[in-house]
Every structure is written in structure tokens, then in C-alpha cells.
Design a protein around this ligand. Structure first.
Ligand code: MSP
Length: 490
């Protein structure tokens, strides 16, 4: 059976991982965990983008060889993913020998089949984006994204015949409306392609830190051309020894990216795949950007958010919850510690945490720690099963904040039911009814534990342990004191 294939961008190793990188990677992990919980086999790939002038210069500034520099930064990315409980299947580095070899062979193939040709490039380049610009796109001599002076370069280069794919791309977008996601970002890409595509330069003679073109080693391969190919070299595309097992993974189901690199993924990447005669990915999902208290996050502003700090103060689950609850996935959002604290107190301590400890302490007190058996005709269960279908739909559509919103509405609903039913009174007046009520509550919590799993795996497992999920009869919770899911913070 084909695996469900999910990717993140490969992150540049010129900077330590931060909130932005974590956002995309946790999104991919949320989907991966969700798919696994639905019994799908998943292949989840992330990694690092290690070539190019930008990294060469950064390493130089620190007096390091670029590979040695990359080796050091990669450790920080891997540590961060461990801290955030990212369960990736494969971590690829563009300096991996096999990747480098395949990129070289692919480049040769594309020269041979007429998709890459040699010419001369003259134009504008921003090394921070590793991107070429047209005169009309730059603002007062500056890169529109980095606001840094643009470089004028002129050199012999190999071109990729992007122009040839204009119509084919437009047709593909039309026939596959899910491909460019979310749909409100699609128009920009379609317009861009409709305006006419130019062939792009895919080699550099002045950048030493890159993969050399096999037949012409004075050229190194353009960093984006190299990096995009990770999506196929990782799962085993081998031009020199084709192996069908690659198709157990490819085509990709979702490429998660940030909105600023949508064009590379939605235009250049599919054209490269067309040139290689490979099937195209099913979906490219471009999410929005985080600002920090209204400002762009940047080293120079000193406002870069390190998720590790948040994990230290709260937990990985709290971080994961916050970033998908606070902002609709896809749109831009603003991070602030105050908003994080508010969510923690209201949604987690007073919401889920409170519900959980209320129910468990009642089971302790009124049922001598024995989980009450559930009746077959519980209205709450029926209701929650219907809600589950809606949550599944949200998850499949990558509407993560909608899914969380629905889950938290049910948490409030259960808290409200407790207030209304007053189980402490039922204990005196109608103990049988109390048992039924508590068994419903337990079932509700079990469903909630299942629903939050992709976002908050640790909390979910902890809840499930107490709720004795998986056991059949006499579900007994331990005698030990139940520690709160989310300790109160002042
Ligand atoms: N190396 C390229 C990608 C190559 S993929 C074949 C690159 N790397 S990057 O290190 O700059 O990472 C970019 C990604 O980090 C963005 O696409 C986005 O996923 C994430 N983010 C970086 N800063 C961000 C925010 N402030 N907010 C949200 N995500 C952002 O581009």
C-alpha cells in the first residue's frame, strides 16, 4: 500500500531553528500523527538545506568550513524536533552523498533530454532568498523580502526551460483544484504563470559551496534546484538504479511550506517533475507567517522566539496547542507571551485540565475508583461520534484551528453538563443516575483524549492512562493522587 507522504521544507542551516521552522514542522507532525491514528502508513520527511552562497558566507563569518558549520547547526534542528516530539521518518541533508549524486545525475539527464541548456545570465539576485528578480520586482534597489541591496550578476549559466511548462502547469492547476492550497493563495500563482514564465538559471560559476555539474564542474547547481529534489531523493528516487519501491511513497500527499516559498514549490518544482516524467504531488500547502507582538521576527530586532523557552516554561504540548489554536492555519498570525498565557489559563487549566480532574475525582469519590460501565444508548456518545466526523473532515482539510475549536467546545459542553447535573447532589438522590452520568463523562474524555492526540500527544497518553483506555472490564484507576494535566501558573 502506498504510504501517506508528508514533507516540510528543508531549513537553511544559516540560523538556529525558531518558531517559524517549528510551526511548519509541528504542522507536518500533527498531520502525520493524525493519519497514523487512522491506520495509514506514513512517511514523514524533514531536513536541512545546506548549500549556497548564503550559507557559505555565514560559515565564513564564523570562520568555519561550511560543512563543519552545517554539522553544528543540524544538531540544533534535530534537538528541537526531539523536544517538540516530532516523529519524522527520515531526516535528509542536502550534503548527504546519495542526494548529491542523484542531483548531479538528474541534472545530466535534463541536459540530455533538452530541458537544461547553457547560456548567459544577466540580472538581479538576492542571496538571502537565493532568488532571481526582475527589475519591476525590486524596491529602490532592494530585495522586496529582505530589504537588502540586490546584486547584479552576469555569468555563464545553465538554464532550465521553465517557459516550456506554462500551459501544462495551468492545465494541472485547473484539473487539480486541491493542488494549490489554501485556495485563497492559488490565484497569485495562477496569475504569475499566466503572465508568462521565463527560463531560470540553475547553475552558478561564482558559488563554490554547491554540488558541481558533472560535465562542467566549474558550475555548481542552483541551491533551489538541489534542495527541491530532496522530496524525491529522500524516499529513494535513484536515476542510476530505478526501484519501484520509490512509488510506495511518491507522489507526495502534502508538501507543507510557508507562503514565501510558494512559487518555488507551485511552479518550479512541478515543472522539474514534468521534465523528469514523474507524477506531481497532490497538495502544496502554504501557511502564513508569524509576527511577534506585531513585528517581523528577526535577529536584528532581537525578537526571535525559541520554542525551547516555551517548552521549558510550559511544555511541548502547550506550545503545539497554542500555535494551532491561536491562528487559523494558513493565515498570518501574531505571537505574544500574553496570548500564550491566556490560552494556557483559560483553555488548558480551566478548560481541559479542570474537566479531567473533576471527572476523575468524582469517579474516585463516588465509584471507589472503578470506572462505571457505559450504557449502550448514551446520547452523549452518539453526539460525540457525530462531532468526530466533523473533526475528521477538518483534519483532512488541514483546518487545524477549526478542529481544536470543535474539541474545546465539547470540553466546555462537558464542564457545563457537570454544573447542570450537579453529580454531588445525584450522589445523594440517585446513585444509579450518577453512575450513568459519570460513565458518559469518562467516554467523553476518552474521545477528547483521542481527538487531541495529534496536537498534544503527551497529554493524550497521560489522559488515556488514567482513563484506562484499552482495558475491558473493571476499569480501575490507580489510588495515587491524580496530578493536574496543566498546573496552574500565576
Ligand atoms: N531552504 C528553503 C526551503 C527549501 S525547501 C526545498 C528555505 N528555508 S528556510 O530556513 O528559510 O525556512 C523557510 C520555512 O520556515 C518557511 O517556508 C516556513 O515554513 C518557515 N518559517 C520561517 N519563518 C517563519 C515565520 N516567521 N512564520 C512562519 N513560518 C516561517 O526557505
Amino acid at each position: 500500500m502506498k504510504k501517506y507522504y508528508i514533507t516540510t521544507p528543508l531549513y537553511y542551516v544559516n540560523y538556529m531553528p525558531h518558531l517559524g521552522h517549528a510551526y511548519t514542522t509541528v504542522a507536518a507532525d500533527v498531520l502525520a500523527r493524525y493519519m497514523k491514528s487512522k491506520k495509514k502508513e506514513v512517511f514523514f520527511q524533514t531536513g536541512t538545506d545546506e548549500h549556497g552562497i548564503n550559507i557559505e558566507r555565514t560559515a565564513q563569518a564564523y570562520n568555519k568550513d561550511p560543512k563543519q558549520w552545517a554539522d553544528e547547526i543540524v544538531i540544533h534542528f534535530k534537538d528541537m524536533w526531539k523536544t517538540l516530539h516530532i516523529e519524522y521518518d527520515y531526516f535528509i541533508r542536502t550534503t548527504d552523498k546519495e542526494h548529491e549524486k542523484q542531483v548531479q545525475l538528474i541534472f545530466e539527464k535534463l541536459i540530455d533530454n533538452g530541458n537544461i541548456y547553457k547560456g548567459n545570465y544577466e540580472g538581479l539576485y538576492c542571496s538571502s532568498c537565493e532568488n532571481f528578480y526582475e527589475e519591476g520586482e525590486i524596491i529602490e534597489g532592494m530585495c522586496p523580502i529582505h530589504k537588502k541591496p540586490i546584486e547584479r550578476i552576469s555569468e555563464e549559466t545553465y538554464f532550465f526551460k521553465l517557459s516550456k511548462y506554462q500551459d501544462k502547469l495551468l492545465r494541472y492547476y485547473k484539473q487539480n483544484p486541491q493542488f494549490l492550497s489554501p485556495s485563497y493563495r492559488a490565484l497569485e500563482i495562477i496569475r504569475f504563470v499566466e503572465n508568462g514564465l521565463k527560463d531560470i538559471s540553475v547553475s552558478r560559476t561564482r558559488v563554490k559551496w554547491g554540488i558541481p555539474v558533472l560535465r562542467d564542474p566549474s558550475h555548481t547547481i542552483y541551491v533551489w534546484f538541489d534542495a527541491l529534489l530532496n522530496y524525491i531523493t529522500g524516499p529513494g528516487y535513484r536515476i542510476d538504479k530505478p526501484d519501484d519501491s520509490f512509488y510506495n511513497i511518491w507522489p507526495c500527499d502534502v508538501h507543507f511550506i510557508g507562503k514565501e516559498i510558494f512559487r518555488f514549490h507551485a511552479v518550479i518544482w512541478p515543472a522539474m517533475l514534468m521534465a523528469l516524467d514523474l507524477p506531481l504531488p497532490k497538495k502544496i500547502y502554504a501557511h502564513g507567517w508569524w509576527t511577534v507582538e506585531g513585528e517581523k521576527m528577526s535577529k536584528s530586532r532581537g525578537n526571535v522566539i525559541n520554542p525551547i523557552d516555551i517548552v521549558r516554561e510550559y511544555s511541548s504540548d502547550v506550545f503545539r496547542y497554542f500555535i494551532f489554536r491561536e491562528v487559523p492555519f494558513g493565515q498570518d498570525g501574531d505571537f505574544s507571551y500574553q496570548a500564550l498565557k491566556n490560552r494556557y489559563n483559560s483553555d488548558l487549566c480551566n478548560g481541559l485540565g479542570n474537566l479531567f480532574s473533576r471527572v476523575l475525582s468524582m469517579v474516585k469519590k463516588y465509584c471507589q475508583n472503578i470506572m462505571p460501565e457505559s450504557p449502550n444508548n448514551s446520547r452523549l456518545i452518539e453526539y460525540f461520534l457525530a462531532v468526530e466526523k466533523e473533526i475528521d473532515k477538518d483534519m483532512e482539510d488541514l483546518n487545524f484551528s477549526l478542529a481544536l475549536d470543535k474539541i474545546w467546545k465539547k470540553i466546555s459542553y462537558m464542564n457545563k453538563l457537570i454544573d447542570e447535573q450537579k453529580p454531588w447532589e445525584l450522589a445523594k438522590t440517585d446513585p444509579e443516575k450518577l453512575k450513568v452520568f459519570l460513565s458518559d463523562m469518562i467516554w467523553g474524555l476518552r474521545m477528547i483524549a483521542k481527538w487531541i492526540y495529534p496536537f498534544m500527544p503527551e497529554t493524550s497518553v497521560k489522559m488515556s492512562m488514567y482513563l484506562a483506555i484499552g482495558e475491558t472490564k473493571d476499569k480501575i484507576i490507580g489510588d495515587e493522587k491524580i496530578s493536574p494535566l496543566f498546573p496552574r501558573k500565576n
